[in-house]
Ligand binder design. Structure first.
Ligand code: G3P
Ligand code: MG
Length: 242
């Protein structure tokens, strides 16, 4: 299994608290605060383009309306993804390929959260894997592929078994260790709000790197890192780094 070298601070959707989430300017904004590893969300347009986008619908983060799964890539490109930060100007929703190109150029790392629209769990994972296989340099540490969808992780394991997988969950449910072992996950990506001391000990017992999201309080970040967590995924790298 690839040895991952994930830094202690990972930018959540770029730097969601500072700049439009899941956009290239958002990645660059996080980088101005020393971030070199980023978590983003990937899903498919109606016509099968892998884009970087969190929600299943366009309204919250963009000037568009409707479901991503029913919107073509051409129409996705017409919306402004800078809606939460209008003072920062108009921003496009990037494709996964465009994002990877930026990261490769800068020598930065990535956790791609496979965030399928309902019913497209396997198709989305397969499309993400195909792009990573084609675009990511073989001599670089590979992207970490995480998902709440065990179907997506299973598909990723089938089509690109060598790409590391992250077990992403809201909270542990009975039998989680067997699922992690079966999917041969390389990391645990856990929710700070549901992570009590006993959960953390159980997570550490697996020996896997632990990433905790979304940690915007510097005191909580210090506590987690001191307790053996590998990385915190944050919207606010500016304050958490300090
Ligand atoms: O991957 C960690 C975190 O991003 C999971 O939750 O909803 O922010 O994608 P969400
Ligand atoms: Mg995410």
């Amino acid at each position: 299994m690839t040895q991952l070298t994930i830094p202690k601070i990972v930018g959540h959707r770029g730097a969601r608290g500072l700049a439009p989430e899941n956009t290239l300017p958002g990645i660059l904004a996080a980088a101005t605060h020393g971030v070199t590893y980023f978590e983003v969300d990937a899903k498919l347009t109606s016509d099968g383009e892998v884009i970087i986008m969190h929600d299943a619908t366009l309204e919250r983060t963009t000037t568009g309306t409707g479901e991503v799964a029913k919107t073509s890539f051409a129409d996705i490109r017409k919306v402004d993804a800078g809606k939460p930060f209008p003072e920062q100007g108009v921003v496009q929703i990037p494709t996964l390929v465009e994002l990877l190109d930026l990261l490769i150029e800068k020598n930065w790392g990535i956790n791609i959260e496979i965030k399928p629209c309902k019913g497209r769990e396997r198709e989305t994972a397969a499309a993400v894997c195909a792009i990573v296989e084609k675009h990511w340099p073989k001599d670089r540490e590979p992207p970490l592929l995480s998902s709440f969808s065990m179907e997506s992780l299973d598909e990723a394991k089938k089509v690109a078994p060598h790409l590391p997988r992250g077990y992403l969950c809201e909270e542990f449910t009975p039998g989680w260790q067997q699922v992690v072992a079966g999917l041969e996950c390389a990391t645990l990506n856990l929710n700070t709000n549901k992570l009590g001391p006993a959960d953390l000990e159980a997570a550490k017992a697996t020996g896997l790197p632990i990433l905790v999201w979304t940690v915007n309080d510097p005191a909580r970040a210090s506590e987690l890192l001191a307790a053996g967590v590998t990385a915190v995924i944050t919207d606010r790298p500016d304050i958490v780094r300090a």
